[in-house]
Write a protein that binds this ligand. Structure first.
Ligand SMILES: Cc1cc2nc3c(=O)[nH]c(=O)nc-3n(C[C@H](O)[C@H](O)[C@H](O)COP(=O)(O)OP(=O)(O)OC[C@H]3O[C@@H](n4cnc5c(N)ncnc54)[C@H](O)[C@@H]3O)c2cc1C
Length: 400
């Protein structure tokens, strides 16, 4: 009997096994995850769940009964320690499981601050899983001071939540501006203003030299020579793809577990999807860290295991919630040479172009701009910058 083993019970792993069953796969399906919980959604970890606005029950992607009803053997709290691609087996605890197809959905791990600069002090956290946030929550109390290290989306979302919880918030970003890696200066400016208007002490071009504390963090020394008293530190300095297991098995790694267009890795019958996988995209190779990618790519792999021979067509989109702002991003802005701003007051959007080609849109509280931008990008159409820049310009007409 065929047996699909999926390593990593997160967003991609859960989507893959669901798609296998929805697609009529009748063989054995085993989903193995290190975390004690059933697969859950991560985005609320730095948003509603950290704020205390979302109960644990609403975090789960699918109820327990889904896995039972679909005869999916979910093993939580178990870590796969080795893959043998020659014998087509994986080792989990004392057990060796045979697979006919293996899917790697091992996600990613947050970069941590080195212990040498205080990264291992109590009160220093990353935001990756439920355990992180459950441990962090009691430290995030009104009147305390939080230092957020890193001005990417996770750091900014954590800053917004800490503000809402009544903490004093200092955010340091080593680069010249927040969101430098992922967005244009226009988007950075928008979010800088937003955070400063909520009282965040936002310092750009300033890094962390070291954290100070005797067992528990109590202060921070910054690269500009200033020192701060802090009660809690949240670190959002990026992630590394979960490639170790694949690498040890001799599978090709290239900024993640390298796959072909259909999700196959360099080893026969081994596939990868989600945060851990890099795949061909417009003549290049990319890795996306987002929920929509994890779902779509994992479903594509499931279909290909069932014989579809389908290339994965990525339609990148992303979102971020900060205070009362919902940012929606369509497309990838890599290679942009100019940005056109559409300023509709509360609704603002930033449109990225390479020459005449529309690449991406960052839309803040502007679902219409997001939706139209997304449809244009996916259809390979551009958008007249004059219409975009005019807040009264008819965006919908661009779709014709
Ligand atoms: C705080 C936070 C906020 C985010 N916000 C957004 C957002 O607003 N929008 C958005 O699109 N994306 C967001 N993301 C990103 C999104 O959550 C990820 O891209 C998505 O979860 C990736 O899914 P995945 O299945 O690839 O990895 P994961 O969901 O990380 O799952 C991987 C799982 O594999 C397990 N695993 C790893 N190795 C092994 C092993 N050897 N054996 C067994 N199990 C193993 C891990 O423990 C983990 O549970 C956010 C992420 C975080 C952390």
């Amino acid at each position: 009997m065929s047996h699909v083993v999926v390593i990593g019970a997160g967003q991609a792993g859960s989507s893959c096994v669901a798609k296998l069953r929805n697609g009529g796969f009748e063989g054995r399906v085993t989903l193995i995850g290190s975390e004690p919980a059933l697969p859950y959604q991560r985005p609320p970890l730095s948003k509603a769940y950290l704020l205390g606005d979302m109960p644990l029950e609403r975090m789960f992607l699918r109820p327990d009964s889904f896995y039972t009803d679909n005869t999916i053997d979910v093993r939580t709290g178990q870590t796969v320690t080795a893959i043998d691609t020659a014998s087509q087996t994986v080792t989990v605890g004392d057990e060796v499981l045979e697979y006919t197809d293996l899917v790697l959905t091992t996600g990613s791990a947050p970069r941590r601050l080195p212990a040498a600069i205080g990264g291992d002090l109590d009160g220093v956290f990353t935001v990756r899983d439920l355990a992180d946030v459950d441990m962090m929550a009691p430290w995030c109390k009104s009147g305390k001071t939080a230092l957020i290290v890193g001005g990417g989306y996770i750091g900014l979302e954590a800053a917004a939540v800490c503000c809402k919880l009544g903490l004093n918030v200092v955010l340091v970003e080593m680069a010249d501006r927040i969101l430098q890696r992922v967005a244009a200066a226009e988007t950075s400016n928008y979010f800088r203003d937003l955070h400063q208007s909520h009282g965040v002490d936002l310092r750009e071009g300033v890094g962390l030299t070291r954290l100070i504390g005797d067992g528990t963090v109590s202060g921070a020394e910054l690269t500009d020579g200033t020192t701060l008293d802090v009660d809690v530190v949240i670190v959002g300095v990026g992630i590394s793809p979960g490639t170790e297991l694949a690498e040890a098995a001799g599978i090709t790694i290239d900024n993640g577990i390298a796959t072909d267009a259909q999700g196959r890795t360099s080893a026969p019958h081994v596939w990868a999807a989600g945060d851990c996988a890099s795949f061909p995209y417009r003549g290049d190779r990319i890795r996306l860290e987002s929920v929509p990618n994890a779902i779509d790519q994992a479903e594509c792999v499931a279909e290909n295991i069932m014989g579809a021979e389908k290339d994965y067509v990525a339609r990148p989109w992303f979102w971020s919630d900060q205070y009362d702002v919902k940012l929606q991003i369509a497309g990838l802005n890599t290679g942009y040479d100019r940005v056109v701003t559409r300023d509709g007051g509360v609704a603002k959007s930033f449109w990225y172009y390479a020459g005449d080609r529309l690449l991406a849109v960052d839309a803040a509280n502007d679902p219409r701009a997001y939706m139209i931008g997304k449809r244009l990008i996916e259809a390979g159409k551009s958008a007249d910058p004059a219409v975009v820049a005019d807040p009264g310009g008819d965006l919908k007409a661009l779709l014709k």
